[in-house]
Design a protein around this ligand. Structure first.
Ligand code: SF4
Length: 376
């Protein structure tokens, strides 16, 4: 089983915090769609002779700004070269300002069965600070419209750690998301990325970044509120009601193969990791000329070992002592003291042969992961 990711590198406006790869010049979306379809043909062998595709994910950028015909063109080209499972999860990232009854009906009609809605917050003041293109009203309407017109399976993107004097708005965001019973919630901490509008404003002293303690409190309340409402935290930033874990994201964390299409997209097939150039014009030119530039890297044993720790420790599946020993017995021998320290500090819990981060451990996930990884 494998997944396919399609990066649509366009947004109608740049959000204040975003450093993803996208352009606000929408004049060449059709050329980009054509280039992506060409890449599908070029990459058809990357996942092996007859891969069965379990998930398709349109991400970006803002894939919901594509027309029905453009989305359909990509899906039809994919169907020409790959077999999908009958119940394949087909997700479209959609911004609330692109959600209308007609759009939902056509997306549903062409096979999209899951929306990941970029809500970020239900608070107009914070939406403005984040530079989002929608307001609370549009977000609430978008959710109703999606459900009434055929797409039931929704994921909400939310952002915590937005600078504020209180936690009131975060509590309210969580209350609304749980009341609306979004099947899936992805909650990300606001990070101030270099060269973004927020970084510029921070430098000018227009606001103060949230303290680490403030962010930790919001992460803790995220966990407790969502757990109380029946959501399982199956990865640090991802929560799902029963049977609604994202197949696509889970594939990444379970080390399954995936093909990434479009500028800046990454792929992995168990042996090689590769990524496309993060430049729209160069990507399209390469597709046109057939002179396709991919950066490719064969993973060393140490890199594979690190990849395992990096992806699995963040999840409910945890890491297996047996797997660690099987791969690197000497690693376990040398790191057993370190592991015991984490266990004694209640940052990691051990159940049978599995190791999992505790809630306290999740707050320090990056530091713990780094400590457990090998030099490459
Ligand atoms: S957050 Fe999403 S919508 Fe906003 S600029 Fe980034 S990719 Fe575009």
């Amino acid at each position: 089983m494998a997944g396919i990711y399609i990066h649509i590198p366009f947004c109608s406006k740049a959000c204040a915090y975003c450093n993803f790869h996208f352009s606000t010049n929408l004049t060449y979306t059709q050329n980009m769609v054509d280039a992506i379809c060409q890449e599908i043909a070029i990459q058809k062998k990357y996942l092996g002779p007859q891969p069965i595709i379990q998930s398709i994910y349109f991400g970006g950028g803002t894939p919901s700004i594509l027309t029905r015909n453009q989305l359909q063109q990509i899906l039809e080209t994919l169907r020409q070269y790959f077999s999908f499972t009958q119940e394949a999860e087909i997700t479209l990232e959609a911004n609330p300002d692109n959600i209308y009854p007609e759009n939902i009906k056509t997306w549903h009609h062409i096979g999209i069965n899951r929306l990941s809605i970029g809500i970020q917050s239900f608070n107009n003041h914070f939406l403005k600070l984040l530079g989002r293109n929608h307001d609370r009203e549009q977000a609430l309407n978008a959710i109703d419209i999606a459900r009434q017109n055929g797409i039931e399976n929704l994921s909400f993107d939310l952002i915590y750690g937005i600078p504020s004097d209180t936690h009131a708005h975060w509590e309210e965001d969580l209350a609304i998301a749980t009341r609306l019973k979004s099947q899936h919630i992805s909650a990300y901490q606001l990070t101030i990325e270099p060269r973004t509008k927020l970084a510029h404003q921070l430098k000018k002293g227009e606001f103060k970044a949230a303290s680490e303690a403030f962010v930790c409190e919001q992460f803790t309340s995220l966990y407790h509120t969502l757990s109380t409402h029946g959501y399982e935290q199956y990865e640090i930033s991802n929560f799902a009601l029963k049977n609604y874990e994202a197949i696509h994201n889970s594939n990444y964390w379970l080390n399954h193969n995936y093909l990434g299409l479009g500028p800046s997209a990454h792929s992995y097939n168990g042996k090689y990791r590769q990524w496309n150039i993060a430049n729209n014009q160069k990507y399209m030119k390469a597709m046109e000329s057939g002179d396709f530039i991919i950066t490719k890297e064969e993973l060393s044993k140490n890199q594979r070992f690190n990849e395992y720790i990096l992806t699995r420790l963040r999840t409910k599946w945890g890491i297996s002592m047996e797997k660690l020993m099987g791969n690197k017995q000497w690693w376990l021998k040398n790191n057993i003291d370190l592991l015991h320290q984490f266990i004694n500090k209640k940052l990691i819990k051990k159940e049978g042969h599995q190791l999992y981060l505790t809630l306290e451990g999740k707050l320090l996930a990056d530091e713990i992961t780094l400590a457990l990884m090998l030099d490459e």
